[in-house]
Design a protein around this ligand. Structure first.
Ligand code: F6R
Length: 643
């Protein structure tokens, strides 16, 4: 979807319902291909406002948010300050919220966040920075909140308010149940909000239960509001907020009453909006082949009828008469789509030797392929594609696995202590083992940074688990590569930026193996963002290697990790698994013992990884069966990436 830049600020169009396709929408929104380009545009709007106010000799009062959504925007503002002379001397800021209780010096505090991402790098006056104080005495809190409100009014009110959105529908920390006219106050955080914050605090038990937040009334008093939302995890709440009724259950819906609000979305965050998900329901469509398949899968799922039973009336009744006119009849359309999905199914993920491959997802030649399976963490390979991995090895391909990161932060202290104690029992004087035991026994709660030795041990645990799993699947150790990409090695949840060092490591392994096939995690919904960074690293490496001849023969297949699955209409290769293969995959996952039985970063899905993987593969098989295809026990799914 192309962004109409002219429409970026043209709120009246949506409000008046002038665009047919936005008629389900109650908040003006603009959809961008990537959060990067979107962040730059919003930074430009803020910069223009600051400059306008500067010319008028007036202060520019900004309401600011923290969290992952505005990070790139702040980076761009800092760049504009350094390279284009954007001054913050006339800027007064009010942050939306702060955990309570919370020390300013704590790296999880919003005070720390704002200084690290913005304030330390621009010329804002210290006295112009306002962030709710997480250490105010309980008895002074009520008055403190009233004063925060008064201070905003005293400087003339908020000219601009930046927002993110939580999966509960919170803006600021106004959780479900918040009132339209609420002001700055202390609130209790919703459980889901605490689950989402848990990784940053190394476990939900460390996440504060309360926060101070500006109210809905405070936010709505701003002259201009922009809300940023990125990623698939936000798509549901974005649809509810933009298309649903105003309700205290989704506090962000109150923004429907504000006359000058724009939601800035990336493709993934917009994916549940009616006009994106089912465009044929809002207006006439240009029927590309991909859209046809998406629509017919949708129709079949909606009516719970297999493809081959859909009738002309089914198409006509559900906004798809235009498609029918183009294709002739439901009968022709059904067969075409049935064959299309049928051809995605193969038991030969590396290609079937000496077979006609014109209707198969992979090439027959060369019969034996060199293959790299990239796995962001040391276990995504078996969790996400353990069955396919097994087939590739059994069918005689030269399979390599490359673990992109060490995964060390996901090993608990208890697990590390266990191994250190075993080492000490074998070698009582071991300096390393004793040092590690000492460190772990004295580690304070919520102390995030492990010593280098502890990190090494945690990484080594994951390495041994991976080798146990890959040996079980029949791979020799020489085919298993631990890349330890440097961006990951910060010792905390927050990772560094990708640098050419990371890219070079990726390029080296590709260049060494010269693969015919690459498998990689195209799973952009993992809670820490590591999968996305690992995928970016691959894409950049592929781009830089593109001119090499062997790259002409290299096909890239994307699988999805533990958190998400491709939709049926997106799948380009479906690899069925027999009940025996399901068990084999389960056992391979079991070797990753540090990630079993109460894993550190569970997300909001309490199932263990092997259960999630099996449920998901069974569901994909069921969806195929419901569309009218054969009834398999489980299916692993892949989408091809063309570079
Ligand atoms: C942060 C705040 C929150 C976040 C929201 C989204 O100051 O008030 O409402 O904007 O939780 O967080 P991210 O951007 O991390 O998804």
């Amino acid at each position: 979807m192309e962004v109409d830049f002219a429409d970026y600020k043209n709120i009246s169009y949506t409000k008046a319902g002038k665009f047919e396709e936005t008629r389900f929408e109650k908040i003006h929104n603009v959809i961008f291909q990537t959060s990067n380009e979107a962040s730059i545009l919003v930074a430009q709007e803020i910069a223009s406002l600051i400059r306008e106010k500067e010319l008028l000799n007036q202060p520019c009062v900004l309401g600011l948010a923290t969290g992952s959504s505005p990070i790139r925007l702040y980076e761009e503002l800092v760049r504009m300050h350094k390279e284009e002379g954007l001054s913050f001397a006339n800027v007064i800021t009010f942050n939306l919220d702060e955990y309570y209780p919370m020390e300013k010096s704590n790296i999880q505090s919003y005070y720390y966040f704002m200084h690290e991402h913005l304030f330390n790098h621009v010329d804002i006056l210290q006295e112009n920075i306002n962030i709710p104080d997480g250490k105010v005495n309980a008895e002074n809190l009520y008055q403190y909140c009233i004063d925060y409100e008064l201070k905003i009014k005293d400087v003339g009110g908020l000219d601009f308010q930046l927002l993110g959105i939580g999966r509960t529908g919170h803006i600021g920390f106004n959780e479900p149940g918040s009132h339209l006219n609420s002001g700055t106050r202390i609130i209790t955080l919703d459980h889901l909000t605490r689950v989402d914050a848990a990784p940053a605090f190394l476990g939900i038990d460390n996440v504060p239960r309360k926060a101070i937040t500006m109210g809905i009334g405070t936010v709505l008093s701003a002259k201009r509001i922009i809300l940023l939302a990125w990623g698939i995890n936000k798509s549901d709440i974005i649809r509810q907020t933009i298309e649903g009724n105003i309700s205290a259950n989704v506090p962000a819906t109150y923004l429907q009453q504000h006359e000058n609000t724009t939601f800035i979305l990336d493709k993934e965050a917009s994916s549940e909006l009616t006009r994106v998900k089912t465009p044929w329901l809002v207006t006439s469509c240009v029927w590309t082949e991909d859209l046809k398949l998406k629509a017919v899968v949708w129709l079949s799922e909606l009516l719970e009828k297999p493809f081959l039973k859909l009738t002309d009336k089914d198409y006509n009744d559900n906004g798809m008469s235009g498609l029918l006119t183009e294709e002739g009849s439901a009968y022709d359309m059904n067969i075409k789509m049935f064959n299309k999905i049928q051809h995605t199914i193969t038991g030969w993920p590396g290609g079937k030797p000496n077979a006609d491959d014109s209707k198969r997802p992979e090439r027959a030649f060369p019969a034996k392929k060199r293959i790299i399976i990239f796995s962001p963490h040391p276990d995504d390979d078996v969790i996400s594609m353990g069955g396919t991995f097994d087939r590739l090895v059994e069918q005689g391909h030269d399979v390599h696995v490359a673990y992109q990161t060490s995964g060390n932060i996901a090993v608990s202290d208890e697990e590390a202590l266990k191994f250190a104690e075993i080492t000490r029992s074998l070698e009582p004087t071991s300096l390393n083992a004793n040092g590690i035991i000492n460190f772990l026994n004295n580690k304070k709660d919520n102390d995030t940074l492990d010593s280098v030795d502890v990190r090494k041990l945690k990484g080594a645990i994951r390495k041994s688990e991976s080798l146990a799993a890959t040996r079980y699947l029949g791979l020799q150790d020489k085919n298993v590569h631990f890349l330890n990409l440097p961006f990951y090695e910060t010792g905390t949840i927050k990772k560094g930026n990708l640098t050419q060092n990371d890219i070079q490591i990726m390029k080296d392994i590709i260049d060494e193996i010269k693969p015919h096939q690459i498998y990689a995690a195209g799973d952009l919904a993992d809670p820490h963002g590591t999968h996305k960074v690992c995928l970016d690293a691959l894409f950049i490496a592929l781009k830089q290697l593109k001119t090499n001849e062997y790259m002409d023969d290299c096909w890239v297949w994307l699988y999805r990790g533990a958190w998400h699955e491709w939709e049926s209409y997106e799948i380009e290769m479906a690899v069925p698994m027999s009940p025996d293969q399901i068990l084999k995959k389960r056992h391979a996952i079991f070797y990753h013992q540090s990630q079993k039985d109460g894993v550190m970063f569970q997300g909001d899905d309490s199932r263990e990884f092997w259960v999630r993987a099996e449920d998901r593969n069974r569901l994909t098989a069921k969806k195929y069966n419901d569309l009218g295809l054969a009834d398999y026990a489980a299916i692993e799914a892949f989408k091809r990436y063309h570079f």
